[in-house]
Design a protein around this ligand. Structure first.
Ligand code: NDP
Length: 334
């Protein structure tokens, strides 16, 4: 069994050398006496920004190198759990390795719809898709005609928030870190406007250009300077869904948000949320999104890397914006 192991806690920006590929002998079945467990072959692994948090030293924690874990799509090879049998396709938390023993199968769910790409269960039909869905429809309280701004807009979550907002009848602008990503936003995902934040010397001026009358909804993925500039441009009673702040994840000290007090002046509702609080909405989300995928009304861009040995590089690329769309690692296709 090949696996990706974190050797030591990471400070600052993670490097590929922090994550090593190791090999061990593993029996390809649930060990004797291990009831309620599932042994899986990992097919697709999801690269997600929250995984950076797991690599940092927390108060009182110690490291004895461990295999990275994350969301994935897997095939059941052996099971002592009554709900899963050999050959089932499942999604949930697994290891960054070829095969994993999942001792507590409560976090696994069976994949019911297999007439869409299986990798979608790491993205549009997995955690990032549910994040975009609950974040936009529940946390942003959208109204038709609202002006919506999304940062990290071409990524796993952002590309969907923008498309949902367009389908809802909003005016939608996104920011991203390259010309190619800006082209994707405008030409593939149907955003009204998009800009490369790395080429804007003045983010406030850039936002004023696209939102002369201000922003109703900001879907926050990056934090830092962008949030500061957005606050200046929010309308009265605007809403900010604080989904993530990736620009801060590799800093040892957070950057100050100078304009935070404008939350009060402008009566803005800024609301943090964690996708797992909305797990009950997943069936409703599938009901909405599966027909949209099949009718071609929603598109989903994935950045697919082949081979477990390339997984560390793919994960680290999230923090420099190398990924275009949802970053997925293919360990095996069946
Ligand atoms: P993405 O697919 O968007 O990948 C990360 C992207 O972030 C990169 O491609 C890059 O795009 C951008 N980025 C990286 N570093 C910076 C930086 N310093 N400043 C600005 N942008 C940067 O990731 P996801 O869509 O999976 O996640 C987006 C956000 O949502 C993250 O903050 C994540 O933590 C959060 N999240 C929160 C959840 C919740 O429950 N609250 C659940 C899932 C995700 P670019 O080239 O445009 O810079």
């Amino acid at each position: 069994n090949k696996m990706i192991v974190l050797k030591d806690y990471v400070k600052g920006f993670p490097k590929e050398s922090d994550l090593l590929l190791e090999t061990s002998d593993t029996q390809l079945r649930v060990p004797d006496g291990c009831d309620g467990a599932v042994f899986v072959k990992n097919l697709y692994l999801s690269c997600d920004p929250y995984m950076r948090g797991r690599m940092s030293k927390l108060e009182g924690s110690y490291i004895d190198s461990f295999t990275l874990t994350g969301f994935g799509v897997c095939k059941v090879v052996d099971s002592t759990h009554p709900n899963f049998k050999k050959g089932d396709l499942v999604r949930g938390m697994t290891g960054w390795e070829e095969y994993s023993l999942i001792k507590s199968a409560e976090g696994l769910s069976k994949i019911q719809h297999t007439d869409v790409p299986l990798s979608y269960y790491t993205g549009i039909l997995g955690m990032p898709g549910t994040t975009a869905y609950c974040g936009f429809y529940e946390v942003c309280s959208p109204k038709k005609g609202d002006t919506v701004f999304i940062s990290a807009a071409s990524g796993a979550v952002g590309q969907l928030v923008g498309q949902f907002a367009k389908l809802f009848g909003c005016y939608v602008v996104g920011s991203a870190g390259s010309k190619d990503k800006v082209d994707l936003l405008k030409n593939k995902f149907g955003f009204d406007e998009a800009f490369n934040y790395k080429e804007e010397p003045d983010l406030n001026a850039a936002l004023k250009r696209y939102f002369p009358d201000g922003i109703d909804i900001y879907f926050e993925n990056v934090g830092g300077k962008m949030l500061d500039a957005v606050l200046l441009n929010m309308k009265l009673y605007g809403r900010i869904a604080v989904c993530g702040m990736i620009s801060q994840y590799n800093l040892e000290e957070l950057e100050g948000v100078k304009n935070l007090f404008l939350l009060v002046v402008k009566r803005i509702r800024m609301e943090g949320f964690i996708v797992f609080d909305y797990a009950h909405l997943y069936p409703k989300y599938l009901e909405m999104v599966l027909p949209l995928i099949k009718q071609g009304k929603i598109v989903y861009v994935e950045d697919i890397v082949e081979g477990l040995e390339n997984a560390p590089n793919a994960l680290i690329g999230l923090f420099s914006g190398r990924n275009v769309g949802k970053q997925v690692v293919v360990v095996a296709r069946e």
